[in-house]
Design a protein around this ligand. Structure first.
Ligand SMILES: Cc1cc2nc3c(=O)[nH]c(=O)nc-3n(C[C@H](O)[C@H](O)[C@H](O)COP(=O)(O)O)c2cc1C
Length: 186
């Protein structure tokens, strides 16, 4: 079976960010499956200017091209979603504006006061405009769960319902990913 290529995008570049926990955990969950191969894409490794920025350096412009090229190699995407003032992080929104997701599925793993739900709902609408397909299941890491991980008391993998949600999301990404891949190449 050909494995679907899934990019896990670390959606916060804040020093001391939580985002690395869900990214590594989803990669771990995906690593136990035989239908996906994952790659973590850290936005910290893609320092890009704001879209259309007049003073963008050559390095920033080249990085934006590298970002788009990397996205094109993948068939589906999972985003870690921090909620900043009820929306997604600016660095993630900019990376989306600079990216390309046409006819590919996207899934979200949020965290925060309400499991990142408000930021995720923004992203679902944003991705409609990007001609992407947002899968039904969102993974929402609740604030008490977030705190146990921050304090080092637990890992995300200790939560059965989160593992189940992550696998349900991956199931949907695989279904849509394979269907859309076939349609893209037809
Ligand atoms: C600028 C800013 C705004 C925030 N706004 C929200 C918010 O609207 N809702 C929420 O649940 N958490 C909010 N938080 C708390 C974040 O959920 C928490 O800091 C989380 O760790 C951020 O993700 P990160 O560590 O991966 O950057 C905010 C944090 C920052 C820095």
């Amino acid at each position: 079976m050909t494995k679907l290529k899934v990019g896990i995008i670390v959606g916060s570049t804040r020093i001391g960010r939580f985002a690395e926990f869900p990214a590594k955990w989803v990669a771990e969950v995906a690593g136990k499956r035989d239908d996906v191969e994952v790659e973590i894409l850290d936005l910290a490794d893609y320092p890009m200017a704001f879209f259309g920025e007049e003073r963008a350096t050559t390095a920033q412009t080249e990085t934006a091209e590298r970002w788009k090229k990397k996205l094109r190699e993948l068939d589906a995407y999972v985003f870690t979603v921090a909620e900043y003032n009820h929306g997604p992080t600016a660095v993630l929104k900019n990376a989306i504006d600079l990216g390309e997701f046409i006819h590919k599925p996207v899934g979200f793993v949020g965290y925060g006061g309400v499991g990142g739900a408000r930021a995720i709902e923004h992203l679902r609408v944003i991705f409609v405009e990007m001609s992407a397909a947002s899968v039904k299941t969102g993974v929402h890491i609740s604030f008490p769960e977030y705190l146990t991980v921050v304090k080092g008391e637990k890992s995300l993998s200790d939560y059965t319902h989160l593992n189940e949600a992550a696998n349900a999301q991956l199931d949907q990404l695989v279904w849509w990913g394979n269907a859309l891949k076939a349609a893209r190449t037809a």
